[in-house]
Design a protein around this ligand. Structure first.
Ligand code: TPP
Ligand code: DXP
Ligand code: MG
Length: 623
């Protein structure tokens, strides 16, 4: 096993290049094995094995810096930078993250997780390098999917003025999570097939460099002089016209060729974009065949590629999926928007049934929201289905383009709450806070799959900006009999008790029912409220509860700052009620990766912890 001997880029550099293909094969087997055990982002990682090896060979790591866009493809980088043993705890609680983390290794130069940030961050590093008179190479690696995100273009626009070295690698596997969509993806496809000119340029450049007395500046001049001709010969002019030298497309699986080009690229005194073609899932047949499934996958059987996780019931995503399809059948004004997540958000079925009413806008959450606002202004009923953490990007668009004009856009906010193994960058624990701050936004959190269905139907007809937020994973199916008609801003009373009132937001209901049971066992019959609307808040009910209960316990899978608990607490305080408010929420911190049940326990959001808190902070004090 060569892999066991490689603890740093120096060990890789010591190998005979003839050994590279065998090492790439070992890396692939290793990744397949580890991801089959722990889950993770397999297909993207299998696609960049050679590209990563080439980067480690051509660069001087860790002094040189690689910024991985999204970061889901950084496994080989982790493996080759001394973290092989850490794969035993990949994405586990307390273990190695599936994304680059500066605190994890000096080889990780910038934390990522959300898409399309790498060129901005890389450019920032370049600026710091130059101003501080340091000397290292910065490489940003961005995928074709990530290049659909607006930030990438803002960064290219800014990089255009640069007069020093900055390498951008465009890793083009012709896939986002699903098929890449949009005009730029088509543009890349055209470049991909028309490789002639760049081969010509490369050959000219290579040939001239070898002629004694003809140095780099002259080579560059000659290459530049061919620009006018090039306008007619290749479709790769977008980058060149921004003064970003374009090279490619090249075979990203050809290590010697990649190393050679990188060595050349390091000498350029301006930004240079190297366009490489790779195959997503390469080397594992199920992943090559089903790159969407193996983009991000749970534990699976290597032989069959089949998941080994048991399906427990329908997920909230599936409940959303069925409902929007059913509603769309009756109302052709309903349209759906996704920012490159048709599978994850459950819109695949909608796309199949209503292809011309589904808009996959690419990784462009900001655009998705304003685009939906426009459609709403024109009389359609748009539903924007998006993950909670990615919607953070579109705060201003929700505020400025939707709420300010009171436009009836529905936000189907999936992965709201703890998501688990993707960790810090992906936990959906801020949406209640950012949504609550928006005037006119209705914020609805269904307690189970039935209420998600009813809430979505209500939201689409409500005629106001309307957010429905629900978590990742199996939907709670308890309390089916509690389906009071939904009223804007009204909560639902599940059980009437006395002394203690549990106010549960959305998916916390399963836990709240357990806490209610534990209190009952201790002889306390508590009131249980299904909050439903975090905004508008049911003040009438709060007045009633505060007058009749000594303690209100709020429960939410959201950070404490700006969450429902704080809203209740400040209301109770303002009105001068004496009731105590206990807030069970995520503390003011980022939450690392790990299984959701462990994280909840750790954060004090499981039934035992909440029950103990009630005992310690209220019951004992009162008795
Ligand atoms: C802001 C944001 N929106 C959505 C995502 C979800 N996401 C993660 S990877 C990905 C596709 C990236 O495609 P590409 O850059 O081509 O990389 P590949 O997986 O093909 O290697 C998407 C949509 C994200 N990470 N960040
Ligand atoms: C890297 C990334 O952002 C996505 O692939 C994300 O991991 C998807 O999460 P789900 O598995 O919850 O769909
Ligand atoms: Mg891609």
């Amino acid at each position: 096993m060569m892999l066991e001997e490689i603890r740093s880029p120096e060990d890789l550099k010591a190998l005979d290049p003839a050994q590279f293909p065998a090492l790439a094969e070992e890396i692939r087997q290793f990744l397949i094995e580890k991801v089959s055990e722990h889950g993770g982002h397999l297909a993207s990682n299998l696609g960049v094995v050679e590209l990563t090896m080439a980067l480690h060979l051509a660069l001087n790591l860790p002094e040189d810096k690689i910024v991985w866009d999204v970061g889901h493809q950084s496994y080989t980088h982790k493996l080759l930078s001394g973290r092989r043993e850490d794969f035993e705890s990949l994405r586990e609680y307390g273990g190695m993250s599936g994304f680059p983390k500066r605190r994890e290794s000096e080889f990780d130069s910038f934390d990522t997780g959300h898409s399309s940030t790498s060129i901005s961050a890389g450019l920032g590093l370049v600026e710091a390098r130059d101003r501080l008179h340091e000397d290292y190479t910065v490489v940003s690696v961005i995928g074709d999917g990530a290049l659909s995100g607006g930030m990438a273009y803002e960064a290219l626009n800014n990089a255009s003025r640069l007069k020093s070295n900055f390498i951008i690698i465009l890793n083009d596997n012709h896939m986002s999570i699903s098929e890449s969509t949009g005009g730029f993806s088509k543009y890349l496809s055209k470049i991909r097939v028309g490789s002639g000119y760049n081969n010509l340029k490369r050959d000219v450049s290579r040939g001239l460099s070898k002629v004694p007395g003809v140095g780099e500046p002259l080579v560059e001049n000659i290459v530049r002089a061919k620009m006018a001709l090039k306008q007619f010969m290749v479709p790769g002019m977008f980058f060149e016209n921004l003064d970003i030298t374009y090279v490619g497309p090249m075979d990203g699986h050809n290590i010697p060729e990649m190393v050679r080009i990188l060595e050349e690229a390091k000498k350029f005194e301006r930004p240079i974009l190297i366009h490489v073609k790779t195959k997503k899932g390469k080397g594992y047949i199920p992943a090559e065949r089903y790159p969407v499934k193996f983009h991000g996958v749970g534990p699976f059987c290597i032989e069959t590629g089949k998941s080994v996780e048991e399906k427990k019931g329908i997920s909230y995503t599936e409940a959303f999926s069925h409902t929007i399809c059913r509603l769309a059948e009756k109302d052709d004004k309903i349209v759906a928007v996704t920012a490159a997540m048709p599978e994850g958000t459950g819109l695949k079925k909608f796309a199949a049934l209503y292809p011309d009413r589904l808009f996959d806008v690419g990784i462009a959450e900001e655009h998705a929201v304003t685009f939906a606002a426009g459609m709403a202004a024109g009389g359609l009923k748009p539903v924007v289905a998006v993950y909670s953490s990615f919607l953070q990007r579109a705060y201003d668009q929700m505020l400025h383009d939707v709420c300010l004009q009171k436009l009836p856009v529905v936000f189907a906010i999936d992965r709201a709450g703890l998501v688990g193994c993707d960790g810090e960058t992906h936990q959906g624990i801020f949406d209640l806070s950012y949504l609550r701050s928006m005037p006119g936004m209705a914020v609805f959190a269904p307690m189970n799959k039935y209420e998600l269905r009813n809430g979505l139907e209500f939201g689409i007809q409500a005629g106001v900006p309307f957010a429905v937020r629900y978590p990742r994973g199996t939907a709670y199916s308890g309390l089916k009999e509690y389906q009071d008609p939904i009223e804007l801003g009204k909560s639902e009373v599940i059980y009437r008790g006395g002394e203690i009132a549990l106010l549960s937001v959305g998916s916390m209901m399963e836990t709240a029912v357990q806490v209610h049971g534990k209190l009952k066992e201790s002889g306390i019959s508590a009131t249980l409220i299904n909050v439903r609307f975090v905004k508008p808040m049911d003040k009438e009910l709060l007045d009633d509860l505060a007058k009749t209960h000594g303690c209100l316990v709020t429960m939410e899978e959201n950070v404490i700052c700006g969450g429902y608990g704080e809203a209740v607490s400040s209301y109770i305080h303002e009105r001068g009620y004496g009731a105590k408010v206990l807030k069970a929420a995520v503390p003011d911190t980022f939450v690392e990766h790990g299984p959701v049940d462990i994280l909840k326990r750790d954060l004090g959001l499981d039934a035992d912890s909440i029950f103990q808190r009630i005992k310690n902070e209220y019951i004992r004090k009162e008795s």
